[in-house]
Design a binder for this molecule. Sequence first.
Ligand SMILES: O=C(O)CCC(=O)C(=O)O
Length: 316
Amino acid sequence: MELQEKTDVPVFTRVNRDVFLRDIYPKRRPAVLRGVSLGPCLEKWSPDYLREQGAELEVKVHVSTVPAMDFLHKNFVYKTLPFSEFVKRASERKHSEFFLCEDESYYLRSLGEDARKEPADIKKQFPVLAEDFIIPEFFDPDQFFSSVFRISSCGLQLWTHYDVMDNLLAQVTGTKRVVLFSPQDALHMYLSGDKSEVLDIDSPDLEKFPEFLKAQRFECVLQPGDLLFIPALWFHNTMALQFGVGVNVFWRHLEADGYDKKDPYGNKDPVCAARALQSLDRALQSLDQLPPEYKDFYGRHMVQRIQKRTFLDERY
Ligand SMILES: O=C(O)CCC(=O)C(=O)O
């Protein structure tokens, strides 16, 4: 099958705060930052070390019989394990103890103390391990939102989604393929909330998703020590090429009151956008009262107004 041509995500070396803020951040495009100091985690975070340091803390993890996790059809279950047992299972291919099958896949996206209210902060949930990890000072401390452990079995693939915060994804051990799509390709992504309905981005169902081929595919393979800047709203799909440990840091791009206050994951649409989407739902309900040809006409009328008023002339 002919897929989209790949565009490599550019790699920048010798990036410090000034270079990031001047040359990379304003472009609102993904970038791999190589060689930024992330601290002793790069040497220390072997599975054995992680198991010793994280020990008995209970973590809620995703477990699935297949490596491609799919949030739309929920082909995984949530299970709770001591961190040390989770790291053991995620770092091995076949398990002597398992929930679903002996080669099941594991994924941890760490959570806050009260997962429904508080964003994750590795300094609070993993204070000892957090000492090994330096959060790059590429944003002001009051913009900080969360820091999240991302630990995956080899082969684990995470569904395509966007987040509403800016994000630095640090790959500490293992390698990971990341495929990204621009927010300006939103019309080609078949969105369901913050997720794309195109589950298999390498072999998409083109009968169902013909427009997907029009989306420009950006790709990189993260090496240990790499940071990937994922600007807010950029779609991303990750695949662990090895057992891997990462941390990602979300921070606010908009003013603090622009975000939903009850959003521990950083994936609820900004307040103004959520309001606009609600108004759209109301507008569509109103159109439902018209005969189909009228609905079709006013639907197109609205699309044109939205396009004229909101689309940028150029791609960024
Ligand atoms: O690293 C991963 O597996 C997923 C990362 C991700 O979705 C994120 O950083 O927002």
